[in-house]
Design a protein around this ligand. Structure first.
Ligand SMILES: C[S@@+](CC[C@H](N)C(=O)[O-])C[C@H]1O[C@@H](n2cnc3c(N)ncnc32)[C@H](O)[C@@H]1O
Length: 240
């Protein structure tokens, strides 16, 4: 059993700043980046797309996720936000997509990188500086490595912001990790079922689509006994 000092240390969530994330990109601590399209997106894409075409899809805290190119190639319009200019430029360069850069008039210091084809716009700024008046509202949201990367103390603010970007018939896919949070801290931070209710329950319905074992030797070495990935579909409650 952990002694009390160790218990305090493992329970205490660390708080990451924008600068911490920029340093992670500069020093290549980007183990979160996956070279392939996320298997849960492949499996549950239609829960978000719902047999529709030309959707506006939002990627909060997008990094250089290859999932953005995959959905753009299907004809959807992609908007992402990340604090790291390195990640956003690497996305366009690695995907061989010509792009250009513009300032964002509404957000001092922010830039937007746009594909010349016009269907991918990636904003370089803190997610907390954006709003629907700048980037619009979305039919779909793909949230992988995003809510779980947000400092737990900022979660409510983050969730409210994402909810403000939804339409009445938007479909938001969220991937979280399930592990024993008394053993390690994030990121990725643990999000409990009761927190899902606090963050989304008053305005949205949410449904667990799948819970899969993603335990690896690395996580076993970190002391975890289990690690699951859960994908939820979040949809606004209809106003009657
Ligand atoms: C764990 S990574 C996940 C990236 C991407 N979603 C993926 O699946 O590969 C989290 C990302 O959030 C970005 N980030 C962290 N805090 C942010 C903030 N306040 N505003 C915008 N981006 C932020 C980081 O730069 C990093 O690229």
């Amino acid at each position: 059993m952990a002694d009390s000092s160790n218990f305090t240390k493992t329970k205490q969530a660390i708080v990451l700043t924008d600068e911490d994330w920029n340093v992670k990109w500069q020093t290549r601590q980007i183990g979160f980046h996956e070279k392939d399209v996320h298997p849960l997106l492949v499996e549950f894409q239609n829960e978000m797309i719902n047999d529709k075409t030309k959707l506006n899809i939002f990627f909060p805290l997008c990094g250089k996720a290859v999932d953005m190119k995959w959905l753009a190639d299907m004809g959807h319009n992609i908007v992402g936000v990340d604090i790291s200019e390195i990640g956003l430029k690497e996305f366009f360069e690695e995907q061989n997509l010509p792009y250009f850069e513009e300032p964002v008039a509404e957000i001092p210091g922010a830039k937007v990188f746009k594909s010349t084809s016009g269907n991918i716009s990636l904003y370089c700024c803190s997610i907390y500086t954006i709003s629907s008046s700048v980037i619009g509202r979305f039919d779909g949201i793909w949230d992988r490595g995003a809510l779980v990367a947000v400092n737990p103390c900022d979660r409510k603010r983050y969730a409210n912001l994402l909810l403000s970007l939804l339409n009445r018939d938007s479909r938001y896919l969220l991937v979280v990790l399930d592990y024993d949070p008394t053993l390690i801290t994030g990121p990725p931070f643990y999000v409990s079922e009761s927190e899902m209710e606090q963050l989304f329950g008053s305005t949205c319905s949410y449904k667990l689509l799948k819970n899969i074992d993603v335990m690896t030797d690395k996580q076993r070495q970190r002391g975890l006994g289990y690690c699951n990935s859960k994908i939820y579909l979040i949809t606004p409650k209809s106003i009657s």
